[in-house]
Design a protein around this ligand. Structure first.
Ligand SMILES: *Cc1c(COP(=O)(O)O)cnc(C)c1O
Length: 448
């Protein structure tokens, strides 16, 4: 189905603003899925636990639109949680995948396509010298931590409350009582012996980092942060804070890891490192770098990366790492991102969209805000700037839940949790964004 057809059809959806979504097929499929998979899903947030109804089973995506098994159409702001910066079924990405698959899917050997993506990234990203591909963001982070530990011969890691780094054992932790404390695991199955090697601090508190590094830097291998924290709301940090982190890590001989699985290639080709002009020691990637195929990667300074096997003693391997299909999708995606107009145009679209909702919220005086950077946005409730996870009022999630339901009924798809951010893909047009904005403003009216 062509994108144009889909866009025209939104008008129909918009007219039935009170009609309930038809969910017959999705509900039946979900009931069946529950007999195969825990909770009926293969990743927990997909289960729609914090919004109304059960999950929609999506069967088709084209441009900025997705269609579920009942034939409902939505303007998509989830974008598979971030990878699809070009939207669904981008013609070049699709073609690259198809022509690669013609020659086989994986060989477990080096490939020429590997060199192509290596050159493409390293020639255009000033903050990493060498790169290693893996198959998920979680794997990238896990490997980066091992590398940091192997390089420094130290064992503890500092992380921040409100940053997510995948489901790595030692990072599924929250702060215990007290200020800079040993982590307490947030998932069953994570031994306390793992959690205790992770120290957890609040975001936006440089003094806390200084004190911790002063007392424990001889045990701390690395500080890891999402420089654009986008997994627990969008907790934008001050540039000075991030620069301060860099300086403290340098001063105390601790590596700084930027987890750019979301922000990499999203806030610019050079991600948050380029956006803020800060040189981390290691950067982790995922999502966009694989163009919608399963992927992760980590890169860093040449002398640090030289510690990875087979050059060095830090073991890390993967049967399907850098498989040619993923890399072809990555190349086709990243090549389009290198067009000098790509990011400015996407930012302009996002600003237009965000501004239209912002003026509505302001004119009505609603206790709500929309936070944004690059092509990421987040709806937050309340007026105050939210910079730490403890500033998010859990009670406000009730409002998000109602808003999410209203939006689905009217053809707009947001990720099914108020803690998740939304993404604008380049497949959005001013027309689709204006349509979505109208629907969103109406939904906001209805919840206030
Ligand atoms: C998504 C994400 C991860 C985990 O990536 P997966 O591919 O889901 O394992 C890690 N870190 C950040 C910042 C992420 O957004």
């Amino acid at each position: 189905m062509s994108v144009l057809r889909l866009e025209d059809n939104i008008k129909d959806t918009m007219q039935h603003t009170t009609s309930k979504l038809k969910r017959t097929q999705s509900d039946a499929l979900f009931n069946e899925a529950k007999t195969y998979f825990p909770g009926g899903v293969n990743s927990p947030v997909r289960a729609f636990k914090s919004v109304e109804g059960s999950p929609l089973f999506i069967k088709n995506g084209n441009g900025c639109m997705i269609i579920d098994e009942d034939g409902n159409q939505f303007i998509d702001f989830c974008c598979s949680w971030g990878p699809l910066i070009l939207g669904h079924n981008n013609p070049e990405v699709k073609q690259a995948i198809i022509s690669t698959v013609e020659n086989g899917t994986t060989f477990g050997t080096p490939t020429a396509v590997g060199n192509t993506i290596g050159k493409l990234i390293l020639d255009n990203h000033r903050y990493i010298d060498k790169l290693r591909f893996v198959s998920s963001g979680t794997e990238a982070v896990m490997s980066a931590l091992r590398l940091a530990r192997g390089y420094t011969s130290k064992s503890k890691i500092v992380k921040f409350e409100g940053c997510y780094h995948g489901h790595v054992d030692s990072l599924l932790v929250k702060a215990g009582s007290g200020l800079a404390t040993f982590g307490v695991s947030t998932s069953a199955g994570v031994p306390e012996s793992f959690a205790k090697d992770t120290l957890v601090l609040p975001l936006n508190d440089l003094q806390g980092v200084r004190e911790l590094l002063q007392s424990k830097s001889d045990e701390i291998a690395a500080v890891i942060i999402e420089p654009v924290p986008a997994n627990n709301g969008l907790l934008l940090q001050d540039k000075d804070y991030l620069i301060g982190l860099r300086d403290l890590c340098t001063e105390y001989g601790v590596l700084l890891i930027f987890d750019e699985v979301i922000s990499g290639f999203r806030v610019g080709f050079e991600g948050a490192a380029g956006y803020y002009g800060i040189q981390p020691d290691i950067i982790t990637f995922g999502k966009i770098i694989g163009g919608g195929m399963p992927v992760g990667a980590y890169g860093g300074r040449a002398d640090i990366m030289a510690h990875i096997a087979p050059d060095g003693p830090v073991y890390q391997a993967g049967t399907l790492s850098a498989n040619p299909v993923t890399l072809a999708a990555g190349i086709a995606t990243l090549t389009q991102l290198l067009d000098p107009n790509f990011y400015p145009s996407l930012r302009q679209k996002t600003e237009h969209f965000v501004q239209s909702i912002k003026s509505h919220i302001t004119s009505k005086g609603y206790e709500m805000q929309i936070v944004t950077i690059g092509s990421i946005f987040w709806f937050a409730f309340g007026h105050d700037r939210i910079i730490r996870s403890d500033q998010i009022d859990p009670a406000s999630m009730e409002k998000f839940k109602r808003m999410h339901g209203e939006l689905l009924n009217n053809g707009v798809y947001l990720g099914p949790s108020g803690y998740e951010v939304g993404f604008i893909s380049s497949a959005q047009t001013y027309k689709t964004l204006d349509q979505a904005s109208k629907i969103i403003c109406k939904a906001i009216d209805n919840i206030f």
